[in-house]
Design a protein around this ligand. Structure first.
Ligand code: HPA
Ligand code: ZN
Length: 343
């Protein structure tokens, strides 16, 4: 393994931008399809993976949603979370905040309770078996109506102790943050932390970023690359101490060759950048370590930069201060030992 890959592999990390449905690997999809008697139109895992061809956000989302149709029972959601956390625990992820899209499942008749109970069991069993800590972020699917999102929000309230935050994902075209302002206002009142996707190069992206920051009052932006085009948005993000959850592979799909300007650009401006995987099962199996390696190869990130990224992620995490201190302690110990050797 090259020294930088080894450094990344050993680095204590947090992942803050990963869609659980986007971690559903083809092997598990076949297993769940058999369990639930769902017919899959693919002969085997190779054929299924070969079908993951997309060129923009809508064409990606069509594949991503079809994949989630195999998730039905509590055990399926448990297995999904457990497999993801097992994988990233092996990559030295100490803490993860994972998105899930309830509307993908409640629309197919899966009760909210089935989903959240399965997810929670998977999370707790992974903590028991691998020591990895984690929480959930409920994401609204933005092309659905505000009423549909409000209905999901209401069904989540009895489980709010199991969900740390609210997010917004899926197709951004004609679906601005403002559409969900009332739900996010109520969410804040109920104690949820707030984030939103502002995907790369979307329609009205600058206005979407402005709304997310100024009108909604998010603490983070997922992706958010186009903020770099506008000095006033950069200033607003700095003033509020916003965090950015950037995903190198997803960037490469949306705007090839621009990780240098996006990830490196944010870091150089002093914005609080984190690096993440987004939908690894649909992105050639690139989990967080592989995404960090892309930041090295495409944007020249070195060991010090990765330590900064991990420090930012631990600061961005929606956790109590004891756990934060523990995570920072492990990072500092690693950085001191490794960077001393490198010098
Ligand atoms: N953007 C929007 N919607 C999504 C994404 C994303 O990166 N991943 C899964 N759903
Ligand atoms: Zn995403």
């Amino acid at each position: 393994m090259q020294p930088i890959a080894k450094f990344i592999a050993g680095l204590p990390k947090a992942e803050l931008h990963v869609h659980l449905e986007g971690t559903l690997e083809a092997e598990l999809k076949f297993e769940l399809a058999a369990r639930n008697a769902v017919d899959l139109p693919y002969a085997d895992v190779e054929a299924m993976r070969a079908s993951y061809v997309y060129h923009d956000l809508p064409s990606f989302l069509a594949i991503f949603y079809e994949g989630s149709f195999v998730l039905h029972q509590e055990a399926d959601f448990r297995d999904l979370v457990y497999a993801y956390l097992k994988k990233v625990a092996s990559q030295n992820v100490l803490y993860a905040e994972m998105f899930f899209d309830p509307q993908q499942h409640t629309d197919r008749g899966v009760p909210f309770a089935t989903m959240i109970e399965g997810l929670t069991r998977g999370r707790l069993e992974a903590e028991r078996d691998f020591g990895i800590r984690s929480q959930f972020i409920l994401c609204f699917v933005r092309e659905r109506s505000a009423q549909s999102a409000m209905a999901v929000f209401e069904s989540a309230l009895p489980y709010k102790h199991l969900i740390v935050g609210l997010g917004l994902d899926s197709d951004e075209k004609d679906n601005p943050p403002a559409k969900f302002a009332e739900i996010f206002r109520r969410g804040r009142e109920e104690g949820f932390r707030l984030t939103m996707h502002c995907d790369v190069d979307q329609q009205n992206t600058h206005e979407h970023i402005r709304q997310a920051i100024e009108d909604i009052g998010v603490e983070r932006i997922d992706h958010g690359a186009n903020l770099l085009d506008r000095p006033e948005l950069i200033a607003a993000a700095k003033e509020r101490g916003l965090f950015f959850t950037v995903c190198p592979y997803a960037n490469e799909m949306m705007r090839p060759g621009e990780n240098q300007s996006i990830a490196r650009g944010m870091l150089d401006l002093g914005l609080r950048l984190t690096l993440n995987s987004d939908d690894p099962a649909y992105m050639e199996g690139k989990y967080i370590n592989e995404n960090m390696l892309m930041a090295h190869e495409l944007a020249g990130f070195g060991p010090e930069d990765f330590v900064t990224v991990s420090r930012n992620a631990f600061d961005a995490a929606w956790i109590d201060e004891d756990l934060r201190a523990e995570l920072h302690g492990r990072l500092t110990a690693y950085a001191e030992a490794q960077l001393m050797v490198a010098r």
